[in-house]
Ligand binder design. Sequence first.
Ligand code: AMP
Length: 436
Amino acid sequence: MAQIIKAVRGTRDILPPDTALWQHVEQACREVFHRYNFHEIRTPVFEDTQLFARGVGEETDIVSKEMFTWEDRPRAQSEKAQSLTLRPENTAGVVRAYIEHKMGETGKLQKLYYMGPQFRRERPQKGRYRQFYQIGAEALGPPSAGSESPARDAEIIAMLAHLLREVGIKQWTLQLNSVGCAEDRARYGQALREALAGVKDKMCGDCQRRAETNPLRVLDCKVPEDQPIIDALPKISAYLDEPCREHFNQVKKILNHVDIRYEINERMVRGLDYYTRTTFEFTHGGLGAQSALLGGGRYDGLSEALGGPKAPGIGFALGLDRFVLALQSEETVGIPDLNPVVYVAPLGQGMNAEAAVIARDLRKHAIATELGDETFKIKKSFEAAERAGAKYILFVGENEAATGQFGLKHLKSGEQVTVKREELVEKLRGAKPAAD
Ligand code: AMP
């Protein structure tokens, strides 16, 4: 026998009925985004490696350890092989598209959202996969379009609270921070470097290296022994300049007004280098070690770092895999029932055609219908209807076809009624798919 081939480590298949829950989250996101005037953008799954090296940051875990990168075959001998990478996140791709299509020239704020797979070579565990799915949104544009305003930060965060409510996730916590502007970060980085000089020898290898190359990243460290040392380091809030401090105050003020509760977490500098000013993360208690539901922040210098015009912006990415896990852990939202309302059972030879017409008509009227075939006798048709999760079974025999009167049986209660052909749609339309 040939050897079975399995899905690659860190990847997985999402099967029905779980896919219904995935669709539920996707639909809720599309609806909420629409209400906030965000529009969909779709960018390629792979990009030039340089995009992530420059856009995410060479020193980040993502770029230094986790990317799926390969050399593309050159088209001609004279050409150099291009280095390509499966996208590990989508903000860099969105900003690249914004620059490439000169979206800033419209003069308006671009409010864009995306949905799709991302790829990181992380150690797989519950809630952490090598191919995972993100849904995210970005609001960016020229400063004249209001893209720098704290109102934008607060709007995105309020939209997320709204989204979580619509999706049905209740037990979340919002953590908020400001990492200031490039100058603040440089001063803070210097302060960290100085503070780390005396203690870094007691820290993990990664921290020792980061203490030199990118001291802010030390704050991401998860090694338990390093935590007391990190907690004693200088805090970012002391290094914010007046405009950044005021910006952050405004964000907090609006959030207070719209009744969104948050905790300040000064260690949250997030895993990507491009963040400026506001950063945030929503966590969930039911997720275990991988508790981050979503994260985001402002990235005022990213467009320029990628060779584009000034285009301040703010965005977030939510982990769809983790949203589904959170929903399952709260158990308040059942899997939406996408089972057929009715199973159409042709009785005996020659009834397939009549059954096909009835099924077509029901489906045209948006009634989810499963169609059997004549090979099943009545008992087997019942079993098939139950296995399909249908609410009703409809018998299509020669008699029924001749008289235009059909037997319709409610599977759970066993109650059977005779329904005229022209009344079938009306009778079934009111029936919810769930077998109650
Ligand atoms: P990040 O792009 O790292 O800010 O991640 C944003 C969100 O994506 C996180 O809060 C997670 O919900 C999700 N996420 C990130 N990495 C993974 C992964 N390897 N597997 C599943 N979800 C992930």
